[in-house]
Write a protein that binds this ligand. Structure first.
Ligand SMILES: [Zn+2]
Length: 286
């Protein structure tokens, strides 16, 4: 049976160029939570801007998100047999080549933030689950005791077992996020991947990612300490305090959003509610 496609009219959110793209019909036939996310690489809809496209279950466009940074377009490679040697040398570059930046950020987020990750099995696409399982523990600092598990799964099985709740990441190996249980823009993951890509050698890249995750975990621990001492704290004050205590430059708002999500999952969702937004509080009084 040949693959059925759905045609979708897509508009670049930056320059508004339009094009019809085709996606496999099966993507929309599964029970799932939230929108499907597709990384639209440069050249697919317009030549200048990559972006993320959000689609609902009826393939209706629900929105777009701009991407500031993109690694080279995924390169179509001939399928090579996955020998032990190739699996051992597998790196983030391979994920980037196969799937692009956005899928890599999603994998990292699921792994670090401890969400179950499923990669759908498709006959025509090689299954890279083993390679990813070999690679990701190389990023794992000892403090990170629980990570997301990565497994491959059949469409039908996933439907039956996992979709009773919306707590897992589901990736289609054609490079599409079918389901993700967070609303985060994955800026933290973008930051660490950018840093790692400054290094050419693979071992060096792995060390950079591990160090960056370590730094993130230390920031999370410190924030938990600080929150235990107060009833409420404004985000701006928390960022100042954290910088003082760790003797590090001030973290960005995006980093604080990622830390809040991590702390809520690892420690307690209530403790992060102590962090208030100064601008929002101020607006409430107007
Ligand atoms: Zn454009």
């Amino acid at each position: 049976m040949s693959v059925q496609y759905k045609k979708i009219k897509v508009k670049c959110p930056v320059c508004f160029s339009e094009k019809i793209i085709k996606l496999p019909q099966t993507l929309f036939q599964q029970k799932k939570f939230g929108n499907i996310k597709v990384q639209v690489s440069k050249g697919l809809v317009c030549d200048k801007h990559p972006f993320i496209l959000f689609l609902d279950n009826n393939a209706v466009v629900k929105g777009y998100e701009k991407i500031d940074f993109q690694f080279d377009m995924p390169i179509e490679e001939e399928d090579v047999e996955l020998t032990e040697d190739i699996i051992a040398k597998f790196s983030i570059n391979d994920i980037l080549k196969k799937w692009g930046t956005y899928i890599l950020y999603n994998f990292l987020h699921g792994y670090i933030f401890n969400y179950p990750i499923y990669i759908l099995i498709r006959k025509e696409i090689p299954d890279l689950t083993d390679s990813i399982n070999e690679l990701f523990p190389k990023f794992k600092p000892t403090q990170l005791n629980k990570t997301g598990t990565i497994s491959s799964i059949e469409f039908k099985t996933y439907d039956a077992i996992e979709l009773t709740e919306d707590k897992s990441l589901l990736i289609d190996p054609s490079g599409i996020v079918i389901q993700s249980p967070w609303s985060s823009k994955l800026k933290f993951e973008e930051e660490i991947v950018k840093k790692a890509l400054d290094i050419i050698d693979v071992q060096g890249q792995n060390i950079i990612i591990k160090k960056e995750i370590e730094k993130f975990l230390n920031q999370a621990d410190k924030i938990v300490d600080l929150l235990k001492q107060v009833k409420i704290i404004y985000d701006v004050d928390l960022i100042d305090k954290l910088s003082d205590e760790l003797m590090q430059p001030k973290i960005s708002n995006d980093r604080l959003i990622a830390l809040r999500e991590y702390i809520a999952r690892k420690y307690d969702p209530k403790i992060v509610k102590k962090i208030k937004n100064k601008v929002r509080e101020f607006l409430r009084f107007l």
